[in-house]
Design a protein around this ligand. Structure first.
Ligand SMILES: [Zn+2]
Ligand SMILES: [Zn+2]
Length: 116
């Protein structure tokens, strides 16, 4: 396998009527993420505790909506949720690994060639 540059998030578009966030990537991949799914995977210490293990899903106490998306540097975003939580920093790499689309979920997604 040739090492490829990790895909970069190119688009984040909220779909409030479906309570989903549409993300598109520099390698052409795109998918819809449920708000509650993303909120549940908030990687901040407050949500995840202080263990060093992988981020685990913590179901939100009640359904949330996404109020705002803030870029963090050039490699991550943070989300402000309707429960006023907003300290989680979601790196592109992390978001991509959370991708809920059938290709990624089955673990069979082939890396796309990077368009130049
Ligand atoms: Zn959190
Ligand atoms: Zn995917």
């Amino acid at each position: 396998m040739t090492p490829t540059r990790p895909p970069v998030l190119t688009q984040a578009h909220r779909r409030p009527e479906e309570r989903k966030l549409h993300l598109a990537w520099s390698d052409g991949h795109q998918a819809d993420y449920d708000y509650d799914y993303l909120r549940g995977y908030c990687p901040c210490a407050g949500c995840q505790g202080h263990g060093a293990g992988p981020v685990v899903f913590q179901a939100p106490a009640r359904p949330v909506t996404l109020e705002a998306i803030e870029p963090v540097g050039r490699y991550a975003v943070s989300f402000l949720w309707s429960d006023q939580h907003g300290t989680g920093i979601y790196s592109f790499d992390f978001l991509r690994r959370l991708c809920p689309c059938p290709d990624c979920a089955s673990g069979t997604a082939a890396p796309q060639p990077v368009a130049r």
